[in-house]
Every structure is written in C-alpha cells, then in structure tokens.
Design a protein around this ligand. Structure first.
Ligand code: SAM
Length: 369
C-alpha cells in the first residue's frame, strides 16, 4: 500500500490550549469545538440512500416504495469528492470514519473508497480508523476485499434469529442465515471485533433478546441492543414501542449474569457490560432513555454532501454546491469548522420537552445511521 497521506491542521500548533473560544485541546494541537465544548471526532458518511431491506423502523415500504424519489447518481458525492471532504473533516479533528447509508455495500466499488480513506492520517499522525455499518446481506462476498482495502471494523445489523421475526423487522425475504454468513465472513477476515446491532421494538422482537444473547455469547461478537429511536419522520415511533435499555439488561442479567465494563473512551455511545462467566461482552445504546448528547462528537455527511450535526436534525450545511463550483479547501474547511462551532444540538435530551423540535427530521437512510 502507498505511503499514508499526511493532513495539515487548519489551526496552528502554536495556539495555546483553550485560548480561543470554539477550540478544544488535543495534545499540542487545537481542534474545533461546538458551543457545548464538544469536539468533532467521528464522521459518518452515508454513501447511498438506497437499501436492499425495508426495515419498518427505518425505511418503511409504504414510504420507500418505487415512487420514492431516491437520489439520482449525479446527486451522490463521488468517491473523489468524499475523500476531499474527509481530509477537511480530519483537519477539524475527526479520528474515525464510519461508512453507512442506506446500505453501504450497495455502492459500487466501495472498496476503492475504503482504500482511499484508510490512507489518511489524523492530526496526531495516526491512521484514521475506517469502519462500516451494514445489514450484512452482501458481507459474505465482500468481507475479505474490504479488509484488504484497509477496513478496520464492521458493525452488522440483525434484529432476530428466527425467520419470522427477521422478516417482520426487515420486511424482506432475506434469510437470517445470509446475515449470519456475512458476520462469520467478517470474523474470518479479521474485521474484529465484529459488532452486531439489534434494534429492539416492544411486542415485535423483544422476545428474541435472550436467544440473541445466547447465540452470540462466547462467539467473539459484541452484541449491542439499541433502543428504538424516533429518527426521521416516517417510522411511526411511539414511546410505548421502546424497550428501555435498563429492562433489556435486567432480562439478560437474570439469565446470564452481567458486570459493567468501563467505557473504551469518553463519548462512547454504547454502555458496555460483560458476562460474569467470561462469555464475552454486550452493550446497550440507550439514546432514548439515557441521552448522551452532552458527549456526542459525531458529524454526519449525507449522501449528497450536506453536513448534519445531529442524527435528528431538520437541515444541514450544503458542501456539495460550493465544492462543485470550485471552492478552495480553505473555504470548505471554514464551512465545516464554522458549522461545527455553531452546533448546539441536543435533541435526545430535549425529546420529551415541547420546544426546539425540528418539524421534519431527515431520514436516517439519507443522513447515515
Ligand atoms: N444498512 C446498514 C445497516 O442496516 O446496518 C446501515 C444503515 S442503518 C440506518 C444503521 C443502523 O441504524 C442499523 O443498525 C439500524 O438498525 C439502525 N437504525 C435504523 N433506524 C433505527 C431506529 N429507528 N432506531 C434505532 N436504530 C435504528
């Protein structure tokens, strides 16, 4: 593989830590922080707004049908455009990039993008970590080439082990074994630790919490339970459908005793637990009942090049138009940093309050889950 590309920081090393408003210290360097002093550390890039499943909580078929106005090819950022913007995000402090969607493995040549991004370095001179979230339908055939392209880790989504539950959640005819084969292929390829996300919806798949825990115990896979969220405006979310993380943990603990584990780093969204008997680790992502906005360091780049500063945002900053009309890196970098500095989103903490809610939230498939 060719030599790693070095990126140049926007803010000079010489600036004193914390001296300027909107800057957070990171070793000797300065990165951009938002109004609540949250730095930008993670970038989620949605590479397509299309998906080969129709999960009812994400892309309900009634809305995402043949009449849905999916983006045309020319509207998508090209790989070269994504790479250019990714470098600018890295200069603003990003250390990890996650490719997502829609279903990222549907984007033709995704390995080329992984290869380009995996060559980038953070402000500290470390390789940028490139990860991917996928429904794993195409993972069995792609895991090895993705690993060779430089992909570090994979998170697969699976909401149940029985065909019936999986069909109800994914609204598709894909079989569970296809997804399990994809997960196994990722493990064989060394995309470790493979994580599996299970969205839990009350009365639909909550009876599969224990079977899923049992299946992935002792396998090296880290299973994470996600509270059903009110992303987008089409999934008919109701609080009654949410199974709180505390309840999920209680269920597992009564069958397989658990012990809490310290977070890997500040701002980790999943709360970590391990099986007391050494059977491995599980996590819960409690963004509804225990909002973690105060630690959120994620920026999101939509399929068509808009920067969103919250998963629940109603609008974003268009980077594609200036990029395609010849804006310099300095201008684009300032737009990214400027947008972040003005960020004060904390939707999940305000979810139940009557004010400050965006009328129309952007769909997760477009903004990147
Ligand atoms: N297609 C890929 C996949 O299935 O993993 C990537 C995109 S998907 C939007 C990313 C993750 O978001 C998946 O793990 C999915 O289960 C989760 N997700 C989507 N809608 C959600 C919701 N309403 N609440 C909680 N998690 C959700």
């Amino acid at each position: 593989m060719t030599e790693k590309l070095k990126t140049i920081p926007i803010v000079p090393d010489t600036q004193k830590p914390g001296a300027a408003q909107g800057c957070a210290s990171q070793g000797k360097r300065q990165t951009v922080a938002d109004i609540m002093q949250r730095p930008m550390r993670d970038l989620r890039i949605s590479v397509t707004d299309r998906c080969n499943l129709r999960c009812t909580y994400c892309m309900p078929r009634e809305v995402f049908d043949e009449n849905h106005p999916f983006l045309a090819r020319a509207e998508l950022l090209s790989f070269e455009e994504i790479e250019r913007l990714a470098k600018l995000f890295i200069q603003t402090g990003v250390q990890k990039i996650r490719l997502t969607g829609g279903e990222p493995l549907l984007r033709r040549g995704i390995e080329r993008l992984v290869e380009a991004l995996a060559k980038l370095e953070t402000l500290d001179g470390k390789p940028v970590e490139v990860a991917l979230t996928t429904n794993a339908v195409l993972l069995a055939q792609k895991a090895q080439t993705l690993k060779e392209a430089g992909l570090a880790r994979v998170t697969a989504s699976l909401d149940g082990l029985t065909e019936e539950t999986f069909r109800r959640m994914s609204d598709s005819n894909v079989s569970v074994s296809t997804v399990l084969d994809g997960i196994a292929a990722a493990q064989r390829a060394g995309l470790a630790p493979v994580k599996v996300n299970m969205v839990v919806k009350r009365g639909v798949n909550d009876h599969e919490i224990i079977p899923m825990a049992g299946h992935f115990r002792n396998s090296g896979v880290v299973l994470r339970f996600i509270e059903f969220m009110d992303v987008g405006s089409t999934n008919g979310w109701r609080m009654d459908d949410v199974v709180p993380a505390g309840e999920i943990l209680e269920q597992i603990n009564s069958r397989y005793p658990l012990e809490q584990v310290d977070p890997n780093y500040t701002g980790e969204v999943a709360e970590r637990w391990r099986y007391a008997d050494g059977g491995g680790e599980v996590g819960v992502i409690a963004s509804v009942t225990q909002a973690f906005c105060h630690e959120c360091t994620r920026a999101r780049l939509s399929t068509d090049g808009k920067l969103y500063t919250c998963l629940f945002a109603g609008s974003g900053t268009d980077l594609r138009a200036p990029l395609r009309s010849g804006a310099t890196d300095l201008v684009l970098g300032s737009m990214i940093a400027g947008t972040w500095k003005l960020r004060y989103d904390r939707y999940s903490q305000l979810r139940h309050a009557a004010t400050e809610k965006p009328k129309e939230k952007i769909e997760m498939s477009y903004i990147g889950g």
